[in-house]
Ligand binder design. Structure first.
Ligand SMILES: *[C@@H]1O[C@H](CO)[C@@H](O)[C@H](O)[C@H]1NC(C)=O
Ligand SMILES: *[C@@H]1O[C@H](CO)[C@@H](O)[C@H](O)[C@H]1NC(C)=O
Ligand SMILES: *[C@@H]1O[C@H](CO)[C@@H](O)[C@H](O)[C@H]1NC(C)=O
Length: 463
């Protein structure tokens, strides 16, 4: 009976993937609470996103500084514009969580309420960002100097170069943050649209592959309920073996490395093979567990997405060789010249996330994880067509299991399609904080990839 339905919070705690207890437990190990206090003082709240990111305090500090600088410090763009750009970027990935956060910030910064009715109500100058927003979110390799030129030379609605840099950093920041939000199953804040649901609690007690396999096992072997304990421990054993196998492969790769290097041609071939195959790695058409609030009023051409392998004739992204345009040698120095504090903050953030390690892997301590982190970073760049000449993409195949690749590609390219099942499906014996760590790598690697393409186009326009 409808009369007795009371709204209940959708999901409990900050993430629908990670049990609250785990966040508290793992979070408690970090005594660095200062960042939460700062966040609370400056925004009046500590949102779900920060709590989950706070599992990695060193990263969070750097992230927070950068975001604070982009949104709150003196800069080329007026404050309401910054939040409107955040809304446009997040809406591209249908990330209503971030859209809602910035609708509130936009109004607080004195933004015109009318613009919130949709893009058609915003000034032409902002609407002109549509094309580059779309390309940066889904196919950054298509950005050319003509796109840059069009934005910089359209009369009264022209962007200055400084404004444009501010805008593209904001766009890439929010595209990649949308990946984090979906990748970690961040729950809506209670005061947001969609934060409550009239749905009955889910009858499904479990939603992971491992649960299914318990049932298969039990049915197949005619066990009664008591058997589930046994089946559980068999699966735990499986997952444990996966960790051992991964450890062994890392060790082997390290040892082989000393023996012989593949030729340059062979290395190039391995990259192209991995890139082609990554097109075929795609999420299944799983239904979302609940509908997302509709943010399409902030989106133009909603059908445009990452290259779609099911469509005939779609090309793989062309290859960008990092030696021709890399962050360290080209991107960083350009952005540093045009918007220097942000250049430095970004560089520091990339380094922190790339270097971040606790020397642990699942239940093992004292592990050198650098090979695994590099494989994750480079696989995301590979999906976006960026190749490192000195990297052997054979390693990606050795180290990243298929379910992890599917998860990574989904989070990076179609984040709104991430499901609990995908999250649970990879690294079944790893800690949640380790899965959040993977998300940080995906997020930053994706941001850097998109920045590389747009900065290259700006360089080409300027020369
Ligand atoms: C979302 O809203 C737009 C109008 O803002 C409407 O045209 C569209 O049909 C809606 N989509 C869904 C799935 O409800
Ligand atoms: C990251 O590691 C590199 C290489 O070891 C080092 O040069 C750099 O200073 C480190 N950066 C940070 C921020 O820790
Ligand atoms: C960890 O392994 C990488 C290669 O995978 C190596 O370059 C690095 O020196 C190692 N770090 C330590 C501390 O042994």
């Amino acid at each position: 009976d409808k009369r007795y339905k009371v709204p209940r919070p959708l999901g409990t705690g900050p993430s629908s993937f990670i049990p609250v207890q785990e966040i508290l437990q793992e979070g408690a190990k970090n005594n660095d609470r200062q960042i939460f206090i700062e966040a609370f003082v400056s925004t009046g709240r500590v949102d779900h996103l920060l709590v989950v990111m706070g599992l990695h305090p060193e990263y969070l500090t750097s992230f927070w500084k950068t975001q604070y600088y982009l949104l709150q410090m003196d800069g080329p763009l007026p404050y309401p514009y910054r939040h409107y750009i955040a809304i446009m970027a997040s809406a591209r990935h249908r990330c209503s969580y971030l859209v809602n956060l910035h609708i509130m910030d936009f109004l607080q910064a004195g933004g015109n309420r009318e613009w919130l009715n949709g893009l058609n109500f915003a000034p032409q100058k902002l609407r002109n960002l549509n094309e580059i927003n779309k390309l940066l979110a889904h196919r950054p390799w298509l950005i050319t100097k003509e796109h840059i030129e069009a934005l910089l030379t359209t009369g009264e609605n022209s962007w200055s170069l400084a404004e444009l840099i501010h805008a593209v950093v904001l766009l890439t920041h929010y595209h990649s943050l949308s990946s984090f939000v979906f990748g970690c199953g961040i729950n809506p804040e209670l005061d947001h649209e969609g934060g409550h649901s009239f749905r009955p609690p889910s009858p499904r007690a479990c939603d992971s592959d491992s649960c299914l396999r318990v049932e298969d096992y039990v049915n197949g072997h005619g066990l009664d309920n008591q058997g589930i304990d046994i089946a559980d421990s068999i699966i735990a054993g499986d997952a444990m073996q996966e960790v051992e196998a991964l450890m062994a492969r890392m060790k082997l790769l390290q040892e082989c490395r000393l023996d012989e290097e593949a030729s340059q041609e062979e290395m190039a071939t391995r990259f192209e093979k991995e890139k082609r195959e990554s097109l075929l790695v795609a999420p299944s058409a799983d239904e979302r567990e609940f509908a997302l609030p509709n943010v399409s009023r902030f989106v133009e051409d909603p059908e445009f997405g990452y290259v779609d392998f099911t469509r005939r004739g779609e090309q793989t992204p062309p290859t960008l060789r990092a030696q021709d345009y890399s962050w360290e040698d080209h991107g960083y120095s350009l952005i540093n010249r045009l918007y220097s504090e942000v250049g430095q903050l970004l560089d520091e953030k990339f380094q922190i996330v790339y270097n971040l390690t606790y020397h642990t892997m699942a239940m093992h301590c004292g592990v050198n994880t650098s090979m695994l982190r590099r494989a994750i970073w480079n696989y995301i760049h590979c999906i976006f067509g960026i190749r490192y000449d000195d990297y052997d993409y054979g390693d990606v195949n050795q180290l990243l299991e298929r379910s992890l690749k599917i998860y990574m590609k989904t989070v990076a390219c179609y984040p709104e399609r991430t499901t609990t099942r995908m999250y649970n499906g990879f690294w079944r014996h790893f800690k949640h904080s380790e899965k959040v760590h993977v998300n940080l790598l995906i997020q930053e690697s994706k941001m850097q990839a998109a920045l590389l393409y747009v900065l290259r186009a700006i360089t080409r326009y300027m020369t």
